[in-house]
Design a protein around this ligand. Structure first.
Ligand code: FES
Length: 157
């Protein structure tokens, strides 16, 4: 098995094991930990997590591909998740996506050549009143109209 949790995450995993009678219930927390550690979920990582939890690798892959927050390939330093649901779409999210794609010469789902930005579309981010919304890594950027997206992205190193 080539995937191995680093010591701090291994300690956290052991602590979580005590809280769950069935270790298969740790699939999502452990996948998150593995993704945090590795940056994305490779086939080896998914297999390693499956082995830790005694889950069939195919079943683990089904779990990974069901959720949009798991990544099967490396992503940029900044993950741009643009909401594509109705309020944001009507408020200009589609134009924001087109603008970012053209500015960094990438398509939705791709990473810019400099490795800074990965652009994806997601469903409602739960902030419809401040549409259009983009989540950049863990932060929300709201009312992203006009050139606001340029000002935000230009500040990110
Ligand atoms: S529709 Fe975009 S946050 Fe809800």
């Amino acid at each position: 098995m080539s995937f191995k949790l680093k010591p701090d995450r291994a300690r956290k995993y052991k602590a979580l094991l005590k809280q769950y009678p069935d270790k298969r219930s740790l699939a999502l927390p452990l996948l998150h930990m593995a993704q945090e550690q590795e940056g994305f979920l490779s086939g080896d990582t998914i297999k390693g997590v499956a082995e830790l939890l005694d889950i069939a690798p195919g079943l683990m892959m089904e779990t990974v591909t069901f959720y949009s927050m798991f990544y099967l390939k490396p992503r940029g330093k900044y993950l741009l998740q643009v909401c594509q649901t109705l309020s944001c779409s009507l408020a200009g999210a589609d134009q924001m996506v087109d603008h970012v794609a053209a500015k960094y010469n990438l398509k939705v789902g791709e990473t810019s050549a400099d490795g800074r930005f990965t652009l994806v579309k997601v469903e409602c981010l739960g902030s419809c009143g401040t549409a259009p919304v983009v989540q950049i890594n863990d932060d929300y950027y709201e009312k992203m109209v006009g050139d606001k997206i340029d000002r935000v992205l230009d500040k990110l190193s």
